[in-house]
Design a binder for this molecule. Structure first.
Ligand SMILES: [Zn+2]
Length: 113
């Protein structure tokens, strides 16, 4: 993340909600497990940043390890922005409403025993 960029953190009470929702013990992108969250390396990233009007709600949060948080903010967001722009989309595609691809419930190779 560029040093001149101010990161807006979620308020502390969001972590309580994320814990209650069972979302606070591992990175939601890579699966890296870290007990007891942010003080040990997990952070809650805003999906829609506060600068863009994003709210402090758990539906706007991703619990990420430091590496994934940096990748999300510096690599994925610009790529997703450009893809939406190139496809003239103002909202995510309907297919994004549910998980898709490898590891998703639709994955025929998934082996849930
Ligand atoms: Zn991660």
């Amino acid at each position: 993340m560029p040093l001149n960029r101010i990161r807006h953190a979620f308020p502390a009470w969001i972590w309580k909600q994320l814990q209650e929702a069972g979302r606070a013990d591992c990175c939601e992108m890579c699966g890296f497990k870290i007990p007891l969250l942010k003080k040990r390396g997990l952070t809650a990233s805003h999906i829609i940043s506060k600068d863009d009007g994003g709210k402090d709600i758990i539906d706007n949060a991703l619990v990420l390890c430091r590496n994934c948080a940096e990748s999300f903010d510096t690599l994925l967001k610009p790529k997703i922005y450009e893809a939406f722009k190139q496809h003239e989309l103002n909202a995510p595609p309907k297919g994004w409403q549910h998980a898709e691809g490898r590891g998703s419930p639709k994955d025929k190779t998934r082996n849930d025993a």
